[in-house]
Write a protein that binds this ligand. Structure first.
Ligand code: AMP
Length: 112
């Protein structure tokens, strides 16, 4: 897989506003926020997109991503009001960075 800018963020070679980190996950503010709170939650291992996810092999990773989303919602105080989680996949799905990531959007009532 071709390395993306997110690998450099994981290695701390370029700056990002990190909000949460574990052994397997990194989460940081999106540089072009689409909502008052817009966090990207990424696995530290390199998987290009949802298309490369295998149900059993990556089950732990999905658990870690959703656990991180809930923790981040708590950190930002939006767990009760709610938030939106989005995976963009492939060109028609609007994916720009081919390192799997989950968008967490919150902080206002979101339209479609
Ligand atoms: P996607 O379109 O789903 O691939 O989303 C990629 C997201 O990464 C976009 O919302 C970009 O604004 C965001 N992004 C790209 N480069 C950076 C960066 N260096 N730091 C933070 N967010 C970034």
């Amino acid at each position: 897989m071709t390395e993306t800018i997110f690998s450099k963020i994981i290695r701390k070679e370029i700056p990002a506003k990190i909000v949460y980190e574990t052994d397997t996950i990194l989460a940081f503010h999106d540089i072009h926020p689409k909502a008052p709170i817009h966090i990207l939650i990424i696995p530290k291992i390199e998987i290009p997109s949802v298309r490369e996810l295998a149900s059993r092999e990556h089950a732990f990773l999905l658990g870690d991503l959703f656990d991180a989303a809930n923790k981040i919602a708590e950190i930002f105080g939006v767990k009760e009001k709610g938030f939106r989680l989005i995976f963009n996949c492939g060109p028609d799905g609007g994916q720009e960075v081919y390192h799997l990531h989950m968008h967490l959007l919150a902080g206002k009532k979101l339209g479609f």
